[in-house]
Design a protein around this ligand. Structure first.
Ligand SMILES: [Zn+2]
Length: 195
């Protein structure tokens, strides 16, 4: 009797299928860009996979800032505050914080503690910037600081909040996108670009 012809098992094909399935099931996750349009997220995926992100970022932002200490960071944020939020009270503390990177979506942190002072309520503002922005372009650092400063006036990420951000930095939205693009780039396992 002749054997009935059956499709032959092929290891290489099934390996390829497994790869395709895995790729389809988990496209490059972009937690830092979750609030952007899916079409833009797909573009970012394409850029990252094409391996052009580093070149693009370094061409647009060739230099790192020189704000390397907490004291320098305080002066940097205080100067921004003096320019745009003159009556916002005093900054109690401004510092780089190496714990912030564990919080996926927070790039910085603003806290306010109301303290009774001579019968008046004063807010003690603290601004913490994720330590990874110690090695970053000035535009990135300014975007983070503008964001945290705006929280002194507006707690939520609402229209008034972003109006204040763009008042302090007209290119705020593009910068926030570029920062999140860089974070997505790092998420692929790439080394920091301004280390
Ligand atoms: Zn915020």
């Amino acid at each position: 009797m002749k054997p009935i012809p059956t499709p032959k098992y092929s290891g290489s094909i099934s390996a390829q299928l497994r790869k395709d399935k895995a790729a389809a099931a988990s496209p490059l996750a972009l937690p830092y860009l979750a609030s952007y349009a899916p079409s833009l997220q797909q573009k970012v995926r394409d850029w990252l996979q094409a391996g052009k992100a580093a070149e693009w970022l370094l061409r647009k932002y060739p230099q790192a800032h020189a704000v390397r200490t907490d004291k320098a960071l305080y002066d940097y944020v205080d100067a921004l505050k003096a320019q745009y939020l003159r009556n916002a009270g005093q900054l109690h503390r401004v510092a780089y914080d190496s714990r912030i990177h564990v919080v996926r979506n927070a790039l910085g942190l603003h806290t306010r503690r109301a303290i009774a002072h001579g019968g008046k309520l004063n807010a003690r503002h603290e601004i913490h910037v994720a330590a990874m922005f110690k090695q970053a372009p000035d535009d990135f650092l300014r975007m983070i600081c503008v964001h945290e400063l705006a929280h002194i006036r507006v707690m939520d990420h609402d229209k008034a909040f972003y109006q204040l951000c763009t008042h302090m930095e007209p290119d705020y939205h593009q910068l926030e996108f570029d920062v999140r693009f860089y974070l997505s780039y790092l998420d692929t396992g790439a080394e920091p670009l301004w280390g």
